[in-house]
Each structure stands twice: as C-alpha cells, then as structure tokens.
Design a protein around this ligand. Structure first.
Ligand code: ACO
Length: 430
C-alpha cells in the first residue's frame, strides 16, 4: 500500500478502497468507484461554494492565507509592489518569468499601441443613461468588443489569442475612462501613447481643458494598486473567467462573466461598499454602535473590507496599501474618513467577535480611501479593480486552455426535488 494514499472503508458495504493522494488532494473522480451496487452512480463530494475543492492545478499565484503570504510566480507581492511596475507584473503573470529588457520594451509597445477603441464603441457607450454604473457599462462594452474582433473566436491559435490579450489589457483603461466621462457629461479623451499605462489612464479620466500634468506620486500609487490587484488565484471572478472560458467562447465574452462576478459587493464591489459604510458611520463616536450592530445582526450587517475566504491573517496587500495611502494623502490632503477607518480597524482587531473568526482588513479596506483622495468617484472603485485584474484573468484563462486535465466546467448536484410524476392538464388541477 502506498504511503501517499487514503484508505476508505464504506460502512454501507464493508468494502475498503485505496485512493492515491497527490499534492495534498484526492481526485474526486476516484470516489466514483465507491458504490453500494451496480446501479449506484458512485460517491460524490458535496462542496457548495467550492470551499475545499481545487478546480485546477496552477503555477501563477500562491497564497498562504494563515501566514498572510501572496506571491505571483514565486515573487513576493511586497517586492513587486516596491520594485516592479504594473505592466512588468502583468508580463510576469502571463509569461511566468520577468521579461528581459527587449521583451519588456516589445510588450509595453504592443500594449501601448492597442489602447484605441473603435469609434462605434464610443457611440455605443453614449447610449447609456447619464447615471449608468460604470461597471455595468464596462461589462457591456467588453462583451461588445467580441463583435469587433471575430478572430477572437480562434482561441486555440496562438496569434489571435495573443492579440486579444494585448487588446484587453490595453483597452480596459480606455473603456473605464470613457464610462466615467459619459456619466460626468464630459467629452471623451483619446489615449496618449507617450504616457505610461497609469499616467495615460489618469489623463483620460481627469483632463478637462489644455494640458494635464500627471502627478508622479499619484501615478506610482495607482501603479502599485494595480500590481496588488493583478491576480489572486481562484477567486469568484477568476473562477467565472475559467468557467465561462471552458466552453471555448472568446475571451471578451468570458471576461464579461468575470467582470459581472467582480461587480458584486462581496467581491470587487467591496471597496465601494467600504466607502459607503464609512460615510454612513459618519463619526468616530458612532463606531461602537456600528460594531454592536455587526455582531448582533447574525451576519446581515458586515464590517465591509474585513474578512476573506482565504486570508485568516492581515491581507499582505492591505499593509502595502496603508503605506501608499499616506503618500497619496501627503499630496491630496487627508481624507476625513481615514480616522474612522483607523479607529474601526483598531477596535475590530481587539474585539473577540473578529479575533475569534480571524477577520482582518482585506485589500479593499483602505483602497477606496486612496481612490477617493485621488479624485475617483465611488462608482469607479470596482472598475479600478477590474482594470488590473484583466492580466490575472487572462493568465488563468490561458493556463486553462493549455491544461490537458481541463474540460468544460460542469458541476454535479444532489437532487432533492420531487420524484417522477404525471403531467396534469390545467383544467384538472386543484
Ligand atoms: N463582518 C462581520 N462578520 C463577518 C465578516 C465581516 N466582514 N466576514 C465574515 N464574517 C463572519 C460571518 O458572519 C461568519 O460568522 P459565523 O461563523 O458566526 O456565521 C464568519 O465570519 C465566517 O464568515 P463567512 O461568511 O463564512 O466567510 P466567507 O469565507 O464565506 O466570506 C467574505 C468571505 C465574503 C469576504 C466575507 O468575509 C465578507 O463578506 N466580507 C465583507 C465583504 C468584503 O470585504 N469583501 C471583499 C473580499 S476581498 C476581495 O474580493 C478582493
């Protein structure tokens, strides 16, 4: 008997089975042979929300949630945040290695020269209501992009696949800025290919008349935030990207699913929810009552920006963001909500309810305060999460397409509904 195996005794039949263990997992399909008889389908696992199921093997992002470790392709997030740029990190995530200088220059050139969107996309965006949420606009226009690039369907061909990767990374800031300008009633600003990825985005967002000078502190802060949000292994939106992409649809359509998943307040919408929560609390003296409401609501009122499915320790990204927040506040002035956030954090970290459940600040607790200080409207916060996550979604999608173990995603269910019965015509029903 191999030591790397699991022995299972089925008490229903008394039979014993040996199941191999690989990488700390057993194959769910190995359980299928555990049956009570020939007409038994075989044993399955029941795992709502996939809290204990690995859906893929991946070489992109490593997280140790108990130690608070996050590495992209082996590189600690702290080193990348300090030394890298978002575009270099995106290259790393997608290719597995840091680029040599020539590779990096070619990569930046390609991304920079795909920033324009077709004029019809701009017209399409102008059809939204003036108060349309930019995340809804983003999801719709990314879906629309698939109709502009029919070659994107050729997902098994290296050339087209690569071109859609450039296009998606390059056009996302353009679409995001366009969504904002529409809701602000401002004219669209075209991309400036002489600027960096983040500087170009900032000018497309905020330029009003004449020349717009990008503040280098804000440009770097945004770049660091983009690095921190680039990937986070099999989270809800990435699972959506992989799940939808597993049907072999084009990457624009798959990414529309990922953006929709990210929009939810339990995922990428959390930074927006944090700001609304801080505004609602309003002042430090209201914090104890708010904490009490959270604790007595039976899970209904949540301390937004706290807790994480994977991190049971301080989110390493939250630590970096706190430092970045100070730098941004030096330029833009301190947010009045910062004091409320700091006090909330202090109280929550000492409170037994949060300590017992290992609830610590996540990446979203402070990111909203930085975005707000930089002048981004609250509605844009989830969009600011989506822009850099594009590289992670694409890397995960690319990895899935190359993975021979993968098939179309199709979970099983435990059926508990009615048994077979005969149809009753409408006039005979009670
Ligand atoms: N405030 C208060 N209580 C919380 C919070 C919170 N933010 N998060 C979890 N809990 C409680 C739950 O009520 C539950 O308590 P119980 O055991 O008494 O029932 C316990 O902690 C475990 O929580 P779960 O909901 O089972 O944890 P799960 O892993 O499913 O949820 C999640 C993780 C969704 C992130 C959750 O912590 C949450 O809702 N946080 C607030 C929203 C947020 O900040 N989301 C951003 C996540 S990071 C990101 O997407 C980038």
């Amino acid at each position: 008997m191999s030591k790397e195996s699991l022995t299972i005794t089925d008490n229903r039949t008394g039979k014993t089975y040996e199941v191999p263990i690989e990488h700390g997992t057993i194959k769910a399909l190995d359980l299928r042979k555990i049956k009570t008889g020939d007409d038994d389908f075989g044993l399955m696992t029941y795992d709502p929300a996939f809290t204990n199921t690995a859906s893929c093997k991946s070489r992109i992002t490593f997280i140790d949630g108990y130690k608070g470790i996050l590495n992209y392709r082996g590189f600690p997030i702290e080193q990348l945040a300090e030394k890298s740029t978002y575009l270099e990190t995106a290259y790393l995530i997608l290719h597995g290695e840091l680029p040599a200088r020539a590779e990096f220059e070619a990569w930046v050139h390609e991304v920079t020269h795909h920033t324009m969107v077709h004029e019809n996309i701009r017209e399409l965006m102008s059809g939204f209501r003036y108060d349309a949420h930019p995340m809804g606009m983003l999801a719709s226009t990314v879906a629309a992009l698939s109709t502009f690039y029919p070659e994107a369907k050729a997902i098994r061909e290296r050339g087209p696949r690569r071109r859609q990767i450039f296009r998606l990374i390059a056009k996302m800031p353009t679409l995001a800025a366009c969504a904002h300008r529409h809701s602000a009633g401002l004219p669209f600003v075209y991309p400036d290919n002489d600027l960096s990825y983040c500087a170009n985005f900032l000018q497309m967002m905020f330029k009003v008349t004449g020349s717009y000078k990008v503040n280098p502190v804000l440009e770097r802060a945004l770049d660091v935030l983009f690095i921190l949000h680039a990937d986070h292994e099999q989270n809800c939106s990435t699972s959506a990207m992989r799940g939808v992409g597993s049907s072999e649809v084009d990457p624009y359509s798959a990414m529309t699913g990922a953006i929709a998943a990210l929009y939810g307040p339990l995922h990428g919408g959390a930074n927006e929810a944090v700001l609304r929560m801080l505004n609602e609390i309003g002042s430090k003296d209201k914090i104890p009552q708010f904490i009490k409401d959270v604790k007595t609501s039976g899970g209904e009122v949540r301390l937004m920006g706290f807790g994480h499915r994977v991190y049971k320790n301080y989110d390493p990204r939250a630590k970096i963001i706190k430092v970045m927040a100070d730098r941004v506040f030096e330029v833009k002035g301190k947010s009045p909500l910062l004091d409320i956030a700091l006090e909330l954090e202090r109280i929550a970290l000492e409170d037994e309810y949060f300590v017992k459940r290992k609830l610590y600040p996540n990446v979203d607790f402070y990111s909203g305060l930085i975005y707000q200080a930089m002048g981004f409207p609250v509605d844009m916060f989830p969009v600011l999460f989506a822009i850099p996550r594009v590289s992670g979604w694409l890397a995960q999608w690319d990895e899935m397409l190359e993975d021979k173990d993968q098939k179309i995603a199709r979970p099983r269910q435990v059926y508990l509904g009615a048994g077979p019965r005969d149809y009753v015509p409408l006039d005979k029903r009670q």
